[in-house]
Design a protein. Structure first.
Length: 454
């Protein structure tokens, strides 16, 4: 057939067989070709395995030997051993209050610096009042004018009542006498007008003028009282026998309404203010005796729970408690103290406990890393007690049964995915098989194991 060539028609070339070393090289080349041909049917499967192996290799190559470590996941449990939790508090005066400006103005007087003792109703801060004093003079003039109008209106009203409705005119007395004796009587006989109605109208008009004059006096007095109130608001008075604790302004400063001026308080009666986690509020009650450790020299005194606030702070979820301390205690407002709160008193509850190394610090805030239901890390701010034997009790922010990373790295962040099971592609190292868990991600995102409870 035209265009077709058979194998017999293809010219053959003679192949010379090498000898010696050339023969050995030729044999190796033949074996390599045969090996590649034998693997030709498994190219797809081998490629997938190679790709998975490469992926596994890259995942582990991201971690240096120093960075690679195991994350230890623990399940939070409650500590059923009774004890006490030390909470930090602050010494405050019993009648401590912050005084604020009621009027705008410039500061022209301050009673003293911090520590100055004040008597009741003593002026602490005064603002300039030149403008109000001018308005006060104007209001006084308006009041005097209104009082004069009242006197004139009352005289007119009295005259209208007792003058029998006859208008007095000037002259030698004859015109007035003529009107009184002839005009009124002639009008009555002729039936002109209604004398009784006219007299009633005159009396009502005089009464209305007197009442309007009285209203003007009230209005002028109200304006004066308003200015007097504003003048009083220009001065901040002492609420009692107190001491200036803090001063927020200086002479010459301009202040606005609501701006803090000074903080005062009665230092003869001191209290300790502590924010108690809402979960521990049932551990105390009013009148309970609690040990208070002063931060200066470690002196321990007995305090008494005096007040428990009825509601918790919506942000920190803590309840403010005030504890009274003896008047002779070596303490001062602003001093740091430690109050020992029973963990599980009558009606109280146990607290979660975790290893101290599970707590990380972000500035002055303590936090932990929780593994949520999606197996992602979640940083959560908590409040913890003291380190006792490598364990700390969580006062707020953690529930029993939650999973916590016991040994977080300094660079660990929230949102890191934790994958359980084998690595991708089925490739699993001997270390992974021993740990039974796999973790893929950034350098700190490595495998974890040894899950246990504390």
């Amino acid at each position: 057939m035209v265009g077709e060539r058979t194998m017999s028609s293809i010219p053959r070339k003679s192949v010379s067989v090498p000898r010696g070393n050339s023969l050995l090289k030729f044999g190796l080349s033949i074996l390599t070709v045969l090996a590649l041909s034998a693997c030709g049917g498994h190219d797809k499967e081998g490629g997938e395995k190679a790709e998975n192996a490469a992926e596994h290799k890259v995942a582990h190559a991201e971690m240096s030997p120093r960075e690679a470590r195991n994350f230890q996941i623990i399940q939070v449990r409650l500590d059923d051993k009774p004890g006490s939790v030390p909470l930090g508090g602050t010494v405050v005066s019993r009648n401590e209050t912050s005084l604020k400006a009621q009027m705008p103005g410039r500061v022209v007087f301050i009673a003293g610096e911090e520590g100055t003792k004040l008597e009741p109703d003593q002026v602490i801060v005064a603002l300039d009042d030149e403008g109000l004093l001018a308005k006060r003079k104007s209001a006084l003039a308006q009041l005097d004018r209104a009082l004069s109008a009242v006197r004139a209106a009352r005289i007119q009203y009295t005259d209208t009542i007792y003058n029998d409705g006859v208008q007095t005119r000037g002259g030698m007395g004859l015109p007035s006498m003529f009107d009184h004796m002839f005009t009124k009587n002639a009008g009555d006989m002729m039936g002109v007008g209604d004398p009784d109605m006219d007299r009633y109208a005159q009396i009502q008009a005089a009464r209305s003028a007197a009442e309007q004059a009285d209203a003007a006096v009230v209005q002028a007095q109200a304006a004066l009282d308003e200015i007097e109130t504003m003048l009083r608001d220009k001065q901040t008075l002492s609420p009692g026998n107190v001491v200036i604790l803090e001063k927020y302004i200086e002479l010459g400063d301009s202040v606005m309404p609501g701006q803090p001026l000074v903080k005062v308080g009665d230092v003869s009666k001191l209290q300790v203010r502590v924010n108690l986690p809402s979960g521990m509020i049932k551990s105390i009650k009013k009148g309970m005796k609690l040990p208070v450790t002063l931060g200066t020299n470690g002196t321990v005194i007995q305090g008494e729970v005096e007040r428990i606030y009825p509601s918790a702070d919506p942000v920190s979820h803590t309840v403010t408690v005030k504890i009274s301390i003896p008047s002779n205690a070596p303490a001062a407002p602003g001093m740091y103290v430690t109050v020992s709160i029973p963990e599980a008193g009558k009606g109280g509850r146990a607290l979660p406990v975790i290893p101290a190394r599970a707590v990380v610090w972000r500035g002055s805030q303590s936090a932990i890393f929780v593994v949520n239901r999606e197996n992602r890390t979640e940083m959560r701010m908590v409040r913890v007690g003291k380190n006792r034997g490598g364990l700390v009790k969580v006062l707020s922010g953690l529930r029993p049964g939650e999973r916590v990373i016991a040994n977080p790295t300094p660079t660990l962040t929230s949102g890191v995915q934790i994958l359980q099971g084998s690595p991708p592609g089925g490739q699993r190292s001997s270390a992974d098989r021993a740990r039974g868990a796999y973790y893929r991600g950034r350098p700190e995102n490595v495998s974890y194991s040894n899950r246990r409870s504390y």
